[in-house]
Write a new protein. Sequence first.
Length: 473
Amino acid sequence: MFQPVIVVLMLVSFTCGENPAVQVTLTNKGLQYGKHVGAGWIQEKLDLVTLPDISGTILKFIHYTFSGVTITKCDFPEPSVEFYQDITGFNTSISGLSVAVIGRWMTRVGLIHDGGSFNMAIFNMDVTSVVKLGKDADGHLSVTSARCEAHVANVDVRFQGGASRWFQPFVEHFKGRIKGEIEASICPGVEKYIVDLEHYLQAMKVSFDVGENVTFDLPLTGMPVINASSLNLGLKGEFYDMKSHTEPPFKAKPFTVPEQPGYMLSVGLSEFTLNSASYVAYEAHRLQAVINESMIPPYLHMHLNTSWMGPYIPQLPKMFPGLLMNLQVYARAVPIFSFQPGVVKLGFQGAVKALAIQPNGTQTPLFKLNVDSTNSGKVWIDGGRLKGSVRLDNFTVTLESSEVGSFQTDPLEHLMKAGMTLVIAKLNVELGTGVLLPRMKHVQLVNTVLGMEEGFIAISSDAELFETDRGFN
Ligand SMILES: *[C@@H]1O[C@H](CO)[C@@H](O)[C@H](O)[C@H]1NC(C)=O
Ligand SMILES: *[C@@H]1O[C@H](CO)[C@@H](O)[C@H](O)[C@H]1NC(C)=O
Ligand SMILES: *[C@@H]1O[C@H](CO)[C@@H](O)[C@H](O)[C@H]1NC(C)=O
Ligand SMILES: *[C@@H]1O[C@H](CO)[C@@H](O)[C@H](O)[C@H]1NC(C)=O
Ligand SMILES: *[C@@H]1O[C@H](CO)[C@@H](O)[C@H](O)[C@H]1NC(C)=O
Ligand SMILES: *[C@@H]1O[C@H](CO)[C@@H](O)[C@H](O)[C@H]1NC(C)=O
Ligand SMILES: *[C@@H]1O[C@H](CO)[C@@H](O)[C@H](O)[C@H]1NC(C)=O
């Protein structure tokens, strides 16, 4: 009786799986660029390729081997690659590929050996490979060969040396056979390449250590999504404490990165990623600091001692004359980032505990303030650098508890707000200079633009690939 309900619940739990906090979209422009670069690499590598030996038997008693087969010339037309929605993959094809090779031939008939060299031309090969994308249990992208077809229009072989003068006339007769052998060897080669690629993808990390106790998890959250114009990957994008691995009390919300066909790729980053980092830092008690006199920047013209605080808390220098002070600053709640069109907001609920340092080193609690602020920031990309600015929107100070009797917090609020404003002004100088966009070993982002949307940041970019020495094996 409950079975239909269970089935519905299972369906719901599958379809409403976790939302990705990071989304990567490859557009057709990116696919075509990748193909173009890849084809160039293959063309260069082909000049160095020595093909495997081909052996066989003709007329049941003539054993032959072609060895040292080397490509001397190759007409490598631009392949075509398309997104293939029906199977969630790619359709790659190359047509009109012609290759000239040289090599050595050997025959054996009973005890009689013969040999020489040969030239062969393979005309108008067509190869189509359909590759299916998926996701394995650990969240790696997977590739499998769904279909491969190879067709050779014609071959021409010229033998030299040995008894070739006698059998060259018969070559015409065995051409179909040689053509078939070549056709039969192409798809296993293509499939081996796809298997190597799959091994490479399986070995890729989906979790990255960030510092000592934190990991950044980036497995796929669902199957890749492909349509005629793009490939979309949804990735987890969550920071975790390595030991506790606890989930924060909030979840990633779904979002849709608008398609940008003019750029090769787009990345959407949810506010959830930042908030998961914030949660980890808060839970590990890392959002706290002790501030003492020597840490106050000189430009603030403040002193952390009981006399200097006199104008704000008149009773303080009377009760504790001439003592240095410490401030323990900490977050009272997880600071939450919220991305909105054009701006990122940060709400911070903090507390400041003031202590007097006695001559014998004992720290005497004085009072505790609650400090709540909202900040807004902007981030943009300019000249290949990531830049930003921050603003203090709201800043309130309230007295939470006091060991020195009550006092007005307004003057302190003004003082702290002025201090914050100065610190933020200094920070904005740094943020205005920005940091260079990260440049990976084999990829550089160019023409990068960044936009803040409701709940996520969208980054669209073109890329430049550089040749790597290491392949997939
Ligand atoms: C794959 O691409 C080739 C060339 O564009 C095309 O002829 C073929 O029909 C395509 N196959 C599929 C299954 O889309
Ligand atoms: C990592 O955790 C250990 C044990 O909890 C702690 O002692 C250490 O300070 C932490 N490291 C960082 C960088 O927070
Ligand atoms: C492909 O999917 C994207 C969203 O992932 C959408 O914006 C786009 O319009 C789709 N394109 C086609 C041709 O269906
Ligand atoms: C302030 O704290 C720092 C680091 O904790 C310490 O090196 C310094 O001596 C302290 N200064 C004072 C005046 O207590
Ligand atoms: C406290 O600050 C005042 C400046 O307001 C300074 O003149 C005085 O020397 C400081 N006292 C101590 C104990 O550091
Ligand atoms: C340190 O000095 C304070 C104030 O003079 C006193 O109350 C406290 O007992 C002293 N502590 C120690 C450990 O001597
Ligand atoms: C600033 O905070 C106060 C107290 O929390 C609140 O009443 C006020 O609406 C806030 N103002 C803005 C602009 O957020």
